[in-house]
Design a protein around this ligand. Sequence first.
Ligand code: IFM
Length: 481
Amino acid sequence: MNARTFPADFLWGTATAAYQIEGAATEGGRGPSIWDTYSHTPGRTQGGDTGDVACDHYHRWAEDVDHLDRLGVDAYRLSISWPRVQPGGSGPLNPEGVAFYRRLLQALRDRGIRPYVTLYHWDLPQELEDAGGWTDRRTSEAFAEYARHMATELGDLVDAWTTLNEPWCSAYLGYGSGVHAPGRTEPAAALAAVHHLNLAHGLAARAIREVLPGAQVSVTLNLHAIRPADASSAADAEAVRTIDALANRAFLGPMLDGAYPQDLLAGTAHVSDWSFVHDGDLELVRQPLDVLGVNYYSTVTVRHFAGDGERSENDGHGASGHSPWIGVTDVEFVEQPGPYTAMGWNIEPSGLTDLLVGLHRTYPDLPLAVTENGAAFDDELVLDGGVRRVHDDRRVAYLHDHVEALGVARDAGADVRGYFAWSLMDNFEWGYGYSRRFGILHVDYPTGERTWKDSAHWYRRLVTSGELPPVDAVAPWSPGR
Ligand code: IFM
């Protein structure tokens, strides 16, 4: 059988985020973010881990660009730390922070690697949280000003702009279940955050285009591939719809259709009257998207729960005792069949196909890119004849099967233009600290040393040839060999 091939203009990349890799939390004029505060609060992260040092990318960025160059990727998706470039979230820029990103972006361009820049990957300046954070529309306005500044300062070096990464997490995990910064557990505030993040996206997209009329603008959503426990049950279909409204359509609706879904508003009316949505907001939120970024890791299976007022043990409340599924009482989450990653997430590549094909059916003219996909496993660094190796065959299989699933979606007509592996390197996995490794490069945290895992060797073959290699093609390899 012939290997699956991708066209020459298909974009291959890897992705990271500022707080997860940079470290240097108090260097170069950087201000504190909500993740500094949260991770320094006892009990919030596994082992009390923080992003203070992380992968020390702030100092090792040139070496990391070398790795990207050797990998042969077309693009690198990075995020800008808002508190590094504008420490208080408003007011003057920090020239040292801006200079750091200019150096990094220039080095990428010098190697022919296209920078895909995300403006917000969860590190809100603490001052803005102190003034209300994402529950306050002034944060959306501040974000637009920050976006305008970045377009002005960095526009000549950036290929594509992404406003937000996974606003679902920022809103529902940050303000609903509290397992992400700022750690608030206020259901109505989570819904206000949903809207102010949507508004921030729209205002920022408009501001970027005002400065850079031809700019490529996108947003990245962690859309949920939701399945019913019983495909023949109308009640389970309704459970899917309930979760889909909160998880997916709360963002797709305003951003692409200019409206919140009626069932979302009705289903959360007992929590909030949504009066934070002002006249004219939805027109601002809906801005043309050059591409929609989709992050995908696993599926979700739900069923209707008729508990007569009792709560299901599996209603999504999780360890914090607070649910990210705002207002939902009649849905329970069903354990997924394995295999699982070290996150406990089920591995189901067909979910990616379903998601991409579903988006294509609803929005036929919308180009798509998979902006994150990858897996955490308990990797082991070994010495093979004196050479440091990580034989991460489960990650290679994961990446292989998901790239294949993306190919199947393309075969079905979905206009998927790129794929970014999460992540370039092991990093700070939020509440899990450094206990979960997603990288294709291994990071030895005490020394900062990077080691190519087998998945990096495999990925290099894929991106340099455009042909899906077999899973056992993991030997160190160079193009032309
Ligand atoms: O590490 C995160 C990333 O920051 C956002 N998307 C999911 C990844 C894995 O949990």
